[in-house]
Ligand binder design. Structure first.
Ligand code: CAA
Length: 699
């Protein structure tokens, strides 16, 4: 998909009687990069000049019809012929063009079909305009032609959701003309012959009129302003669809400008980084080697995590042996799994039949010995090294040779856990995120002695569970929780120094986080952090400023957040309001500690919070805990609610630049030079002008 690639053989023309066939063959997904656009243009000219064809069948080789523009070209100078011009000339072509869709016709691919004179889908095909998910809008006539073929409400919903539409639904709405079976080439020949015979009608989309629907457009704009206030491109989509009621030329012009407005935004770059990042994390040698057999999996622990993991495994079709120590715990685990699966059925994500099939593969047991035949065990008991070691020692005697022994630890040393067995090569960390059947992140924690095929099987499992598997090295908290432990402190420092929890939450929600850190704390339960602080009290470095006094005192009141109705906020009156009791504690602690209170703007809060996150994320890359910056970014997008349109902490860091980040850190260090230290890697990047994006390319 190199833009400098030749156009040779990417688009070919063939004649079968008075039918001309155009075939696009541009693996992997037939994206409309330069060779395809130039090839289509040349093919049309060649066929017109030949003058013998009465109809043109347009189809694709390989796994799919065109799945869109070549996303890698965005942000580079456009190269003629541009896609909208090619599609206009298809629409105006004197000989009718029939698009034959197999696989997924997405974005520019669906737009190619919309500009053709008839659309025939092969069973199983899907269509859609997913551009909004990449921070842009359909820029080759999609916002103008889809409403012409269907109607404004449906077209707008498809464009704003970016969803893939089944061929059946597209047929019902008029977006395609027929569904059939066969190979793309055979269907193209047959459909073109039918057009010539007059049994498959053709029309020019540009000749159709759109019925105005101002109310739907206004409602959509109001909904977007309320629910997606940060996003730029969805509103542009609404404006472009509104323009479809006028003449096509004017509408296309409006759409083009809106497309370029979107291309210029950092959101486009963040969302496209997320698209490729999701694929890049498993594009590493360790993920691609031979794997071990994996059909049956044991889960130890029926608590929230264990039940969530078991739900995810059953949904993916694995047989699951669930082990608990007592009958009531086991019953609770089975009940949670059943509730999770029922929830999937009621949300329409799973059929009742599939739920029943999944549940029939669940074996609940109180006997660890029942794990003897399984291919993998995932231990999900509470975070206590002694308990985990005891379990792994037992597993060593019970499990068959070659079984993978995984721990769902979130912080603990996987090397130490592995050393409790005589087979450390079979031990790995698989860190799921709660709720485990919903959250997409899986940290695959590779210990010193983990065998290559065990790591590859971890990636295979992630893929089967439709999760984003990210390789992490062993350290306290791996990638995500280690970075979280660091930047979460800065929020508490800011409260000690004058910002309120509510202001911090508000500033970070405005930045794009779904919830600020104090609301998250109240939701998760403040007692969890309290217990951790007590556990770590003895090993705390006395040089470090202690950030936990306020939270400790809040917990001492029995205020653990939502579950007790009180935390940083009060929850008894619907929407959370700041807890006056917590504010009094904050005031007292500030006075006792003699903190130099000063006002914070929302921008100060975001800068400090993000800089702290970037500092630890840089260290995680520097010491190899994460292989590349993009791995950190995907951990945060898929496990920590980081705003996707910002691409991830280190993609965002590049928008600030290493020099500015260093200036900030050195400025903050004047207040606290223990906490604020410049990572060596950042200094190097500032000196040689490299970015995190460059580091992604190097590895
Ligand atoms: N441009 C460039 N590369 C693309 C691409 C695109 N539009 N779509 C997919 N690829 C690449 C992927 O990065 C991947 O590359 P690697 O193998 O090097 O990792 C490869 O194609 C295969 O993709 P997947 O791994 O995602 O394969 P899949 O079978 O799981 O899914 C797919 C296939 C449904 C097409 C999925 O790739 C997808 O959703 N692609 C994006 C579709 C899209 O957003 N199209 C709109 C583009 S914007 C546009 O068209 C603007 C316009 O209006 C003109």
């Amino acid at each position: 998909m190199d833009t400098a690639a030749t156009t040779d053989n990417v688009v070919t023309v063939e004649y079968v009687g008075d039918v001309a066939l155009i075939c696009i063959d541009n693996p992997p997904v037939n994206a409309t990069g330069y060779p395809v656009r130039a090839g289509l243009d040349a093919a049309l000219k060649e066929i017109t000049a030949g003058g013998t064809a009465k109809a043109i069948g347009l189809y694709c080789a390989g796994r799919t019809f065109v799945a869109g523009a070549d996303i890698r070209e965005f942000g580079k100078p456009p190269r003629e012929p541009i896609l909208p011009a090619v599609l206009n000339s298809i629409e105006q072509n004197p000989t009718p063009v029939i698009a034959v869709i197999h696989g997924t016709a997405l974005g520019g691919g669906f737009e190619l079909a919309l500009s053709s004179h008839a659309r025939v889908a092969i069973e199983g095909a899907r269509v859609g305009l997913p551009e909004v998910l990449l921070g842009i809008l359909p820029g080759a006539g999609g916002t103008q032609r889809l409403p012409r073929l269907t109607d404004i409400p449906w077209a707008l919903e498809v464009i704003l959701s970016g969803r893939q539409v089944s061929a059946a639904e597209a047929l019902e709405k008029g977006a395609i003309d027929r569904i059939t079976t066969g190979t793309p080439r055979d269907v193209a020949i047959a459909a073109a012959q039918e057009v010539i015979a007059g049994t498959l009608p053709t029309r020019r989309t540009c000749d159709l009129q759109v019925t105005p629907d101002d109310q739907v457009l206004e409602d959509a704009a109001a909904m977007l302003k309320a629910k997606q206030p940060h996003l730029f491109s969805p509103l542009k989509c609404v404006e472009a669809v509104a323009a479809s009621t006028g003449p096509l030329d004017a509408g296309l012009k409006f759409e083009r400008q809106a497309f370029f407005d979107c291309i210029e935004t950092p959101q486009r770059s963040g969302l496209i980084h997320a698209f490729f990042g999701e694929r890049a994390v498993s594009n590493i040698p360790e993920a691609k080697g031979p794997t071990r057999p994996l059909e049956s999996i044991g889960v130890i622990g029926g608590g929230t995590m264990g039940s969530g993991i078991a739900t995810a495994l059953l949904t993916a079709g694995y047989a699951v042996t669930l082990v608990e120590v007592a009958q009531d715990g086991l019953d609770r685990g089975v009940a949670t799994i059943t509730k999770n699966l029922d929830g999937a059925v009621s949300r329409g994500k799973m059929s009742a039949q599939k739920r029943d099939a999944a549940l029939s593969k669940l074996l609940p047991t109180l006997k660890m010995d029942d794990l003897a035949p399984v291919d993998m065990v995932i231990e999900a008991v509470f975070e206590e090294m002694a308990v985990k070691k005891e379990i792994f020692t037992k597993l060593d005697t019970i499990c068959k040779p070659g079984a993978i022994l995984a721990s769902n630890t979130s912080y603990l040393d996987v090397n130490e856990i592995a050393a409790a067995t005589a087979r450390p090569q079979d031990v790995i960390g698989l860190h799921f995120f709660s709720p485990a059947h919903i959250m997409r992140l899986l940290e695959i924690v590779v210990a010193d002695k983990t065998a290559a095929d065990v790591t590859a099987t971890g990636f295979l499992l992630a893929k089967k569970l439709k999760k984003v598997g990210v390789r992490a090295g062993v350290c306290d908290g791996f990638i995500g929780n280690r970075i979280l432990a660091h930047y979460r402190l800065v929020a508490d420092y800011m409260v000690l120094d004058g910002a309120s929890p509510e202001q911090i939450d508000h500033a970070l929600e405005d930045f794009g986080f779904a919830m600020g850190p104090y609301k998250v704390g109240d939701l998760a339960g403040l007692d969890i952090g309290w217990a951790t602080r007590k556990r770590k009290a003895a090993t705390r470095d006395p040089e470090q400023r202690y950030a936990g006094t306020i939270a400790d005192r809040i917990c001492e009141q029995g205020w653990f957040g939502r579950k007790t109705g009180k935390g940083y906020y009060l929850y008894d009156t619907g929407a959370p309001v700041p807890n006056p009791g917590a504010l009094r504690i904050i005031d007292d602690v500030r006075k006792e500690e003699g903190s130099l209170e000063h006002p914070f703007t929302d921008a100060d809060i975001v800068d400090r919070y993000m800089t702290a996150m970037i500092v630890e994320a840089t260290r995680v890359v520097e010491d190899g805990t994460a292989r590349r910056p993009v791995d950190v970014d995907m951990v945060f997008l898929f496990g920590y609610g980081f705003p996707r349109f910002r691409g991830g902490p280190l993609h965002y860091a590049d928008t600030i630049g290493a020099k500015t980040l260093i200036e900030r850190i050195e400025h903050y260090a004047q207040e606290d030079d223990y906490y604020w230290q410049v990572p060596a890697l950042l200094r190097k990047m500032a000196a040689d002008g490299t970015t995190f994006a460059d580091l992604n390319k190097e590895s």
